[in-house]
Design a protein around this ligand. Structure first.
Ligand SMILES: [Zn+2]
Length: 339
């Protein structure tokens, strides 16, 4: 693996490679961008490249330093991940105790903090102290999906590296050449990935994910004609799968977006391309305003439930009740659709 294995993200790669080549490294980096864009691959490859003995602006993968990194036993590359739901102050205190000592055998001591947006406030304040007076032999790479959850005082002390969604063509070409998928499957995976290469890889490597998606789509299709009681039981099912609720809401959102896309005759932007028949028949019954309202509702709910101290059950129940009402108001029941 090297930077070249990171698909897309050319700007991020260029900035990092340039600073390696010029030997002008910042003491702290903040990698920002939604999950699935390869921030973690980039951070790990960067940490290897910083200490590689052979390559100037990348990692060679062959030298002793690169090999230790790949085997996860490099004494100067440390990784911090959330313990449970958050990164705790004890984890940052441990970093602070270690970071003051010089690297064992490398140029730099590198700390990668994954899911930096999951630092609790005490941990974040504690990290801030280190960022205010960083030892010259250390580099901290902080990763975050959501920049709004990082203290502004931390952001201002890091070099920001942004990760963006990549073109569908790039993803399709890569998965066909690396995994030998046929055209049809590659089109579906590419559409579902939405420009996030790691999402595409997960869908290829974990067959379960496509089955789970089918289950979610079946659930959405069943929304038609359900009453309050049934809606609450849908919420109970969702609560059983707490970890994935946000992801499921995203899938529901994409379904309604697809219906809107069809209404606007922009088929080329469809995501659930293998459900085209069902989508076409369902979209006949809807009006555009109704679909826009539902999309807004789901987006709002998804934002709310990502916050802290949220009553998850209540938020989902409210969403379901509004969804039923919007369907009743905006869906032509006389439509002889598929469902
Ligand atoms: Zn190397």
């Amino acid at each position: 693996m090297s930077f070249n294995d990171l698909v897309g993200q050319d700007l991020a790669k260029t900035i990092l490679k340039r600073s390696l080549k010029a030997d002008r490294l910042s003491h702290a980096y903040l990698f920002i961008g939604e999950s699935g864009l390869g921030k973690d691959i980039a951070a790990f490859e960067f940490s290897k490249a910083i200490n590689c003995h052979e390559s100037e602006d990348d990692s060679c993968g062959e030298c002793i330093s690169c090999r230790k990194a790949v085997n996860n036993n490099h004494p100067d590359i440390k990784e911090i991940r959330p313990e449970g739901a958050s990164i705790k102050i004890d984890q940052i205190r441990e970093l602070q105790q270690e970071i003051i000592y010089k690297p064992y055998e490398s140029k730099k001591k590198v700390y990668i903090i994954y899911s930096g947006d999951k630092m609790n406030i005490q941990a974040a304040n504690s990290l801030l102290k280190t960022l205010e007076e960083p030892p010259s032999h250390a580099i901290i790479i902080l990763l975050a999906d959501n920049v709004n959850k990082i203290l502004p005082t931390i952001i201002s002390r890091c070099q920001l590296i942004r990760f963006k969604r990549v073109s569908e063509l790039l993803i399709k070409d890569n998965i066909i050449s690396n995994y030998g998928l046929d055209e049809k499957k590659a089109d579906l995976i590419t559409a579902l990935s939405g420009g996030r290469y790691k999402v595409a890889l997960n869908l290829i490597e974990d067959q379960e994910l496509l089955q789970e998606r089918d289950r979610v789509l079946d659930l959405i299709i069943s929304f038609k004609g359900i009453d309050k009681v049934e809606a609450f039981s849908v919420v109970q099912d969702l609560l059983d799968d707490r970890e994935r609720i946000s992801q499921i809401l995203d899938q529901i959102l994409v379904w309604y977006r697809d219906l809107l896309v069809l209404k606007l005759n922009k088929e080329v932007n469809l995501v659930n391309i293998d459900y085209l028949d069902q989508l076409e028949k369902e979209s006949n019954g809807w009006n555009i305003k109704g679909l826009e309202d539902i999309i807004k509702l789901i987006e709002e709910t998804n934002n709310v439930i990502r916050g802290i101290n949220v009553n998850l059950q209540l938020s989902l129940e409210v969403m379901m009740l509004k969804l039923i009402r919007l369907r009743g108001k905006n869906y032509d029941q006389g439509n002889r659709g598929y469902f």
